[in-house]
Design a protein around this ligand. Structure first.
Ligand code: ADP
Ligand code: MG
Length: 317
């Protein structure tokens, strides 16, 4: 007997969270959530479409992970503390094995960041997953794209490009080991929640890299009304990338790849020491350039203008 909609919700998406600010979770017409005085709600939503945002044969737990991670990354980029999530699920059929894996991936990430799944919607259709994540931040602490100023230093966290390399390997049709580190990075990239918190009150601007560093940096510059200079020799190229790709391909992946959930941020030059002293453990950050007057992004190699591949991703371009 196929699983009905309500059995499905109860069986896979009704786990408690232990958060005392969930006055009412899954099961009623809507959830009741308590926002503490003095903080504001930070809301983000992202949709994953099968074949476009995840491969049809992707492990179900990686899809559950990604659906929440992409949203926690947006909250991290705002400097928010994640709190709650809603899940809208469109599925061709109630495949219990797939749902089991999907829920495991989603809840495992949710537990790590103390996020309660408090509601959603379940319908039959092509496989499309929308998660809405809600977080909390002090109104003055929120990080925005619009605060970068001339003279600020430009940073990126971690190792952008690894996830794109993992995806490229999966798409390339060559056999890749399921425990390949770059494939793992693509499937289970960790949102930079702790870094986002650490940047509150320090970064002048921040955003997460979802469509490629260069394209996203262009958006940050436009929002701030400034230009940026990227020094190519300072780009972080991980050992994993460097051992598999020539330098030009490494740069293409670092500058153009998405899906790593790294944070791009700017800091006034006199705030860098304080920021580096309070970095969460295990989160590398790399200064890759600076903010200038004007508009647009220019890349320099050894001080000279350099053309590079790798704009951002635009669904309608
Ligand atoms: P309604 O018809 O009133 O919108 P539903 O029957 O769609 O309610 O859902 C019943 C309850 O289950 C609601 O609390 C809803 O938020 C929750 N819910 C539905 N689908 C999901 C899901 N995929 N994950 C988590 N909660 C869900
Ligand atoms: Mg409904």
């Amino acid at each position: 007997m196929p699983l009905g909609e309500f059995d499905l919700i109860e069986r896979f998406f009704s786990r408690g969270s232990g958060r005392s600010d969930v006055l009412l979770g899954v099961g009623d017409d809507a959830a009741l959530l308590e926002v503490p005085a003095g903080r504001v709600l930070v809301a983000a939503t992202d949709t994953l479409v099968e074949g476009r945002h995840f491969l049809p044969d992707a492990p179900a737990d990686s899809v559950g992970h990604q659906a929440l991670a992409v949203n926690l990354s947006d909250l991290a980029a705002m400097g928010a503390d994640p709190a709650w999530a809603l899940l809208s699920l469109s599925l061709p059929e109630p495949d219990e094995r797939w749902l089991d894996g999907f829920a495991a991936g989603l809840y495992s990430l949710a537990r790590r960041y103390d996020v309660a799944l408090v509601g959603g919607d379940t319908v039959r259709g092509p496989r499309v997953i929308t998660v809405t994540a809600l977080g909390l931040v002090g109104p003055r602490d929120a990080l925005r794209r619009s605060g970068a100023r001339r003279g600020d230093l430009l940073y990126v966290s971690g190792w952008p490009g690894e996830a794109a390399a993992g995806l490229e390997a999966l798409r390339g049709g060559v056999p890749v080991a399921s425990d390949d580190p770059l494939v793992h990075r693509y499937r289970y990239a960790e949102p930079r929640v702790a870094l986002g918190r650490a940047l509150r009150g320090r970064a002048s601007a921040a955003m997460d890299v979802s469509d490629g560093l260069l394209g996203d940096l262009g958006k940050l510059c436009a929002a701030s009304g400034v230009a940026a200079r990227v020094e190519l020799e300072r780009l972080p190229v991980s050992d994993g990338l460097a051992s598999r790709y020539a330098r030009a391909d490494c740069e293409r992946l670092v500058l153009g790849g998405g899906d790593d959930y790294e944070l791009l941020f700017t800091l006034p030059a006199d705030a860098t020491a304080a920021m580096e002293a309070t970095l969460p453990a295990g989160v590398p950050v790399h200064c890759i350039g600076a903010i200038e007057e004007g508009h647009g992004v220019r890349c320099l190699r050894d001080g000279r203008p350099a053309g590079v591949e790798g704009g951002g991703y635009d669904h309608f371009a």
